[in-house]
Write a protein that binds this ligand. Structure first.
Ligand code: ADP
Ligand code: MG
Length: 700
């Protein structure tokens, strides 16, 4: 059912009133049973309602919390494989417990995915005793864990972990040379918390595993020396809203002169050209303290959706090196990419998926088209009485900033707490400097646990908290004493995000569980979202909110389009790895097996590099002539067949060489994992967006 209809007629949904009524009846009739009797029922019953009922009874005994009807409804939605939309503070952590029990039982294993290590730890601890009393083991994955610790945690009935950790473990498993080195069991059910963040915002960021070495340092340094002297508007043009930069004729001439390389576009200069493009990109488009920070001689990227530092994330190899050269820090070895997977493809490996978040409805279309997941809107336990004021829109950024400061100061004078949501670390810090006269806290999502403690206090009388949008997500803000009487927490949003749900998340920080509260976005026509898209859309006819709706739709179109390109490579990976896994667990002699596995891994790594080049190459991205997708897929298919054909001979050669040289195949060099910041389609998606925007302009 359409989420909107479902919200009007909740009893029509699968998780309607009748099952909730049944659960409550069972809750009453089973209430006096002993723990072990409940445990027996839990493991023997085939009824979802009864499973939820006994879990709720045990939850009451362990935590002292009586599950609300809407939480039972949410549990039903999750157990039915939907995304449950429930507002912040409604108690989703507890809501998920009966569904997790249901899946752990049905699939003999469940992964609960959280957005950070702290929440994985918190929720495993907070809810752990309920599971244990029902006879389920509970594990939790943390970034610093060893392989044996991970194995033990994944062996549990229920495992809490970030999606990234699960993905990195998956990639490492794919390179294992001995079956006992693999930490995962086959995937069963995934229960995804903050589902929009993981399934949409993070979904297209590839997880990468790399190893070995190759040196591009010299090239990057040379390119940097040239790029830093080029001028915007003279040597290159910036297409700000597409985050793209192109050299002008004058720029090309300048580069050719300074490098003395002859025709920059000649085939033998390809790596030089790429290095120059990366260097110009790094200088022209990436801003220190906005897109990345430099800390202890290391480049750390800033996640634009979350406005937080993502130290384990890198730009695609060459670009990251270019930023290092720009900032004169030591260039890190980028290594060869040995394997990669997007979260979207990782999630697709689970036979059963469900999720929960405060904001899913605006993305219902996307959940359905990309994941085949329904969104079910669960009503709040108590009506939301928060007042959402209309946006205040200013012409310039300057006027807006003044209005934000005025608003904070005037609300602060009344004693009400104020939470300010900014778009970037830089903006938080600028605002903080301007607000020197008011005591306040700044949260950049740098320290998950510490910030969770700070945000928990953001509802105290007189508290002023400046926060980027992911900081403290998952932590409840309770109102301090007397604050409800003053009007509750006031939220100030300083930007409209590209997706409305990110704004709704911010708003949802106030007015939890029927509390009073209010929110207002104070924005300007000079904001990023307007500048980025304003050229194609008449700025005066549109408010930031209406631009937002257009951009949301276009972003989905792009994601669906790119999915077609990525799906093919993922299909090939699965074919190869099915064979590899058979070999790994099969009875090929010890020596032969490892040499073959390494041959597979090396050829696959070559294939990945070739496909990346093919994808980035411009020859197939043409808007005229052949269908670029078809051309790409055909070529990729040939490349894969060639690789598979080459494998037996390659293995044969290696076996011979290895036997002769006494080579030890069990020793592999170090590998490391990271996320890339940009998708490998950066330039392509810009072009698609441009095409879509041009069409949009024509129509209007
Ligand atoms: P969400 O994830 O939906 O934002 P949480 O799971 O963090 O919310 O829970 C928010 C707060 O609500 C917690 O303090 C939790 O103890 C409380 N809570 C959850 N369920 C209940 C309940 N049935 N009765 C009372 N308090 C509850
Ligand atoms: Mg939560």
């Amino acid at each position: 059912m359409h989420p909107f209809l479902r919200s009007l007629f909740p009893s029509f949904g699968r998780s309607g009133q009748r099952p909730v009524h049944d659960i409550n009846r069972l809750r009453a009739s089973h209430a006096a049973l002993a723990d072990d009797e409940l445990r027996a029922i839990c493991h023997n019953t085939t009824s979802l309602e009864e499973t939820i009922a006994v879990t709720a009874i045990v939850a009451k005994r362990v935590l002292g919390l009586d599950m609300f009807d809407v939480q039972l409804q949410g549990a039903l939605a999750l157990a039915n494989g939907s995304i449950a939309e429930m507002q912040t503070g409604e108690g989703k952590t507890l809501t998920a417990v009966p569904a997790i029990v249901w899946y752990a039982k049905k699939f003999a294993g469940a992964h609960v995915m959280t957005v950070n290590d702290y929440l994985a730890r918190r929720d495993a601890r907070w809810m752990g005793e309920i599971y244990r009393r029902l006879g389920f083991s509970v594990g939790c994955i943390q970034q610093n864990m060893s392989a044996p610790e991970r194995q033990a945690a994944y062996a549990c009935d229920i495992t809490f972990a970030t999606a990234n950790e699960i993905g990195f473990d998956y990639l490492r498993d794919q390179l294992a040379l001995r079956p006992e080195d693999q930490v995962h069991r086959p995937f069963a059910a995934a229960i995804v918390d903050e589902a929009d963040s993981i399934l949409i915002d993070e979904a297209r960021i590839p997880l990468i595993i790399a190893g070995g070495e190759f040196e591009e340092e010299d090239l990057a340094t040379r390119a940097d020396r040239v790029a830093r002297r080029l001028q915007s508007g003279v040597h290159y043009q910036i297409e700000q809203h597409f985050r793209n930069v192109t050299l002008t004729d004058e720029g090309i001439a300048a580069v050719e002169t300074r490098l003395g390389c002859g025709n920059l576009f000649a085939a033998e200069n390809l790596s030089l050209l790429t290095a120059i493009q990366d260097a110009v990109h790094a200088h022209a488009l990436l801003r220190r303290d906005v897109d990345y920070i430099v800390r202890d001689g290391v480049i750390e990227s800033v996640d634009e959706f979350k406005g937080r530092i993502a130290p384990d994330r890198r730009w695609p190899a060459g670009l990251h090196t270019a930023i290092e050269a720009k900032e004169s820090v030591a260039l890190k070895t980028q290594g060869r990419i040995l394997g990669s997977i997007t979260l979207q493809n990782l999630i697709a490996l689970y036979p059963q998926v469900c999720g929960m978040t405060g904001t899913a409805a605006t993305q219902a279309d996307e959940f359905l088209k990309i994941y085949d997941l329904d969104v079910e809107v669960i009503p709040p336990n108590r009506p939301v009485i928060r007042v959402d004021y209309p946006d205040s829109v200013f012409r310039t950024r300057r006027e807006k900033e003044q209005a934000i400061l005025d608003e904070i100061r005037s609300v602060h004078l009344t004693g009400r707490p104020v939470l300010i949501g900014t778009a970037s670390v830089g903006e938080s810090e600028r605002l903080s400097a301007l607000l020197a006269d008011v005591p306040h806290q700044v949260l950049n999502a740098k320290h998950e646990e510490h910030e969770a403690t700070l945000i928990a206090h953001a509802g105290e009388p007189g508290a002023v908290t400046i926060s980027t949008n992911m900081a403290g997500r998952g932590t409840d803000i309770k109102l301090g004493e007397g604050v409800a009487g003053l009007g509750g927490l006031h939220i100030v949003g300083t930007n409209r995000h590209e997706a409305r749900r990110i704004d709704f998340q911010l708003r949802g920080r106030a007015g939890r569980q029927g509390d009073p509260g209010s929110s207002r976005f104070i924005v300007s026509l000079e904001d990023d979202i307007m500048v980025k898209y304003g050229e194609d859309i008449d700025r005066l006819q549109h408010t930031p909110e209406s631009v937002q709706r257009i951009v949301e739709g276009k972003n989905l179109e792009i994601r669906l389009f790119l999915q077609k390109y990525e799906g093919a490579l993922e299909g090939q990976r699965q074919i190869l790895h099915r064979d590899r896994q058979k070999l790994l667990t099969g009875d090929t002699p010890d020596f032969d097996r490892m040499v073959t596995l390494r041959a597979i891994d090396d050829l696959w790594s070559d294939h990945l590099a070739a496909v990346t080049e093919l994808r980035a190459g411009s020859q197939w991205v043409s808007w005229t002539g052949r269908d670029p997708l078809f051309a790409f897929l055909t070529r990729m298919d040939h490349m894969f067949r060639d690789m598979m054909d080459a494998l037996p001979a390659e293995t044969e050669d290696r076996l011979k060489a290895a036997r002769e040289s006494g080579f030890d195949p069990s020793q592999r060099g170090a590998t490391w994992t990271y996320l890339t910041t940009d998708n490998p389609f950066g330039k392509l998606s810009s072009r698609i967006l441009k095409g879509i925007m041009a069409k949009f302009k024509q129509r209007n």
